[in-house]
Design a protein. Structure first.
Length: 114
């Protein structure tokens, strides 16, 4: 018997044609003396942005509206901490509500934004 070969698909393999957007993220590093301590904005390339309103649960467990979401590679998870500021491709600044792994989306990171 020969060993079976299992093909594994990555997020880029499936959604690569749609993941051409770049966003800028100022990661929330915690509370500072004058409000959130934000890192310098850095670009995150190869994401897919969706402008669809949905309701999500925030870190306190409350249901809040999310006006946009980002689909990104899991390697960017630390950049999208709750409270981080994201500049979308259309120039709009928004705040991260949640960022979590979606196992049904080939291990993608789904970031919900205010």
């Amino acid at each position: 018997m020969s060993p079976q070969v299992v093909a594994t698909l990555s997020l880029r393999d499936v959604f690569g044609d749609w993941m051409g957007s770049t966003v800028s993220v100022a990661t929330n590093r915690g509370a500072g003396a004058y409000g959130p301590d934000l890192a310098e904005p850095i670009p995150v390339e190869g994401v897919m942005v969706s402008f669809k309103r949905r309701f999500v649960r925030n870190s306190e467990g409350n249901t809040v509206p999310s006006e946009a979401s980002i689909l990104a590679e899991l390697e960017h998870e630390a950049k999208f901490a709750g409270g981080s500021i994201v500049t979308l491709p259309n120039g709009r600044n928004t705040t991260v509500i949640t960022a979590a792994l979606d196992p049904l989306m080939f291990g993608a990171l789904v970031v919900n934004l205010e």
